[in-house]
Design a protein around this ligand. Structure first.
Ligand SMILES: Cc1ncc(COP(=O)(O)O)c(C=O)c1O
Length: 472
């Protein structure tokens, strides 16, 4: 028999103090424990349910001190309010929520324009759950174009060429959609794809090359224009004509504002598609990605589903069905609110904080910078080989004691000897927070200097979130 419910559970609440021990046993068989395995038998008052869930989540890390994630951890209250007001909208119900569908269309066009599509009004594009879904869609378009070229029963095996620094979503794409991944390993001080290495792996069955702007591992931009030029030469010489996808999960919302002279987007005719995460430097809370194709020829018609939209036909191309509309509303809010000037200001601030912090970290002595935060506002640093009495994993653990989450990890195959710390600077991380981080880092280093050998290694690293380099 489950224990009895109190007459009015909310009357047991002590505001702000968490649980009342007298209340908890009323809904779980184990006194004092939150339900964890079996659906509770009875109802709770909303205030109590809210307090219990809220209190449980207090033990999560502090998002503002999290330098591991690329994902937005702060939005203005107006944006947060807008998201709460639109939480009930389902993106897929275009007929029911035509204005939300219209906002998606506007954002898509603005992105196609930002990325210099030849005709932003007709360039296909859509919102997604994140960059992972966007990359899958772009990869699928590549695969379908290849199979239309070679014929469905050719018996040939498609392949996709990419650097070892790609995010795990590209491994997933290759695995789930049965495409051979041709991964260019890191070697020496080359930590990402270059034109020569890409070209060496391309053949008649290459569905496309993925270039990353920028790398999840160290924030560096891959040389998209060089890769495209090499593929142009290959095609001009009678070789295969291979399209390029730019995975701009972070960089496609940074480079247009801070690196206008860098040509990496649809200005390069070989770039067939581009993705970005609305929830990274697009500045929206988690749950939003975007993908755009340069023109209708780049997205095979037979992948597109048409839905009725106010008597009109609306093209959709997604892997999942229902999805929140609130994120699209928030993206449109950010586009209106910030405009080009605002995005430039925010991204420049992130880059300023990143480059200043990188310089100061480099000056501390024990670290060697791999990157300086001057491409993505992200940088990676390793320890000087002379430092043998502690590891980057010790530094990461030490910073954690001060509340900071700075991931430490080893690089992938052929550079697994290289262990680094990575710092991702996002909107909301200020110079003053950077100074506090540095002060805590100095304290940690002073303690670690008294150590006789490393205490933590890669096996202690629990770093494996969305933006994390994954074991390959
Ligand atoms: C380059 C790159 N591509 C794809 C992804 C996956 O993005 P999402 O978390 O939006 O699915 C990430 C995430 O960090 C990334 O950095």
């Amino acid at each position: 028999m489950p224990p009895e419910q109190p007459a009015s559970p909310s009357s047991h609440l002590f505001p702000g103090s968490g649980l009342d021990a007298a209340v908890v046993p009323t809904f779980t068989a184990e006194p004092g424990m939150m339900p964890a395995t079996v659906l509770p038998e009875h109802e709770l008052a909303p205030e109590l349910a809210h307090q219990l869930v809220h209190d449980e989540l207090m033990l999560d890390g502090n998002a503002r001190l999290n330098l591991a994630t690329f994902v937005t951890t702060w939005m203005e209250p107006h944006a947060a309010a807008l998201m709460a007001q639109t939480a009930d909208k389902n993106m897929i119900d275009k007929d029911e929520y035509p204005r939300t569908a219209e906002l998606e269309r506007r954002c898509s066009r603005m992105l196609a324009d930002l990325w210099h599509a030849p005709d932003p009004l007709t360039a296909p594009g859509c919102s997604t759950a994140g960059s992972s879904e966007a990359c899958m869609l772009a990869g699928l378009a590549f695969k379908r174009r290849w199979s239309a070229r070679v014929g469905p029963s050719s018996g040939r095996r498609p392949n996709i060429v990419m650097g070892a620094d790609v995010q795990v979503c590209w491994d997933k794409f290759a695995n789930y959609f049965e495409v051979e991944p041709r991964v260019v390993p890191m070697r020496g001080d080359r930590f990402h794809l270059d034109a020569e290495q890409a070209l060496a792996r391309v053949d008649e069955d290459t569905i496309g090359v993925v270039a990353v702007l920028g790398s999840t591992f160290d924030g560096s931009y891959e040389p998209v224009a060089d890769i495209c030029a090499a593929l142009d030469d290959l095609a001009a010489g009678g070789g295969p004509d291979v399209p390029v996808h730019v995975d701009g999960a972070s960089g496609a919302m940074v480079a247009p504002f801070l690196d206008e002279e860098l040509v990496w987007d649809f200005r390069l005719p070989r770039v067939a598609s581009i993705n970005t995460s609305g929830h990274k430097y697009g500045l929206v809370y988690p749950g939003l990605g975007w993908v755009a194709w340069r023109d209708t020829a780049a997205l095979p018609e037979d992948l597109i589903y048409r839905v009725n939209y106010l008597g009109d036909e609306l093209a959709t191309f997604t892997l999942n069905f229902s999805r929140p509309g609130a994120h699209v509303a928030a993206q449109y809010y950010q586009f209106l609110r910030l405009g080009r000037d605002g995005y430039t200001r925010v991204q420049q601030h992130c880059r300023d904080v990143a480059t200043r912090l990188a310089t100061q970290l480099g000056a501390l002595g024990p670290f060697r910078l791999l990157t300086r935060g001057d491409e993505l506002p992200v940088f990676a640093a390793t320890l000087d080989p002379a430092i043998t009495h502690y590891s980057v994993f010790d530094v990461s653990a030490g910073l954690r004691e001060h509340g900071w989450q700075v991931p430490a990890y080893t690089f992938p195959a052929e550079r697994t000897d290289l262990a680094v710390l990575r710092f991702v600077i996002r909107n909301g991380f200020t110079h003053s927070l950077a100074d506090q981080l540095l002060a805590d880092l100095r304290r940690v280093l002073a303690r670690l200097d008294r150590q006789h050998g490393p205490l933590h290694d890669a096996s202690d690293s629990s770093f494996s979130h969305t933006g994390a380099p994954s074991p390959r």
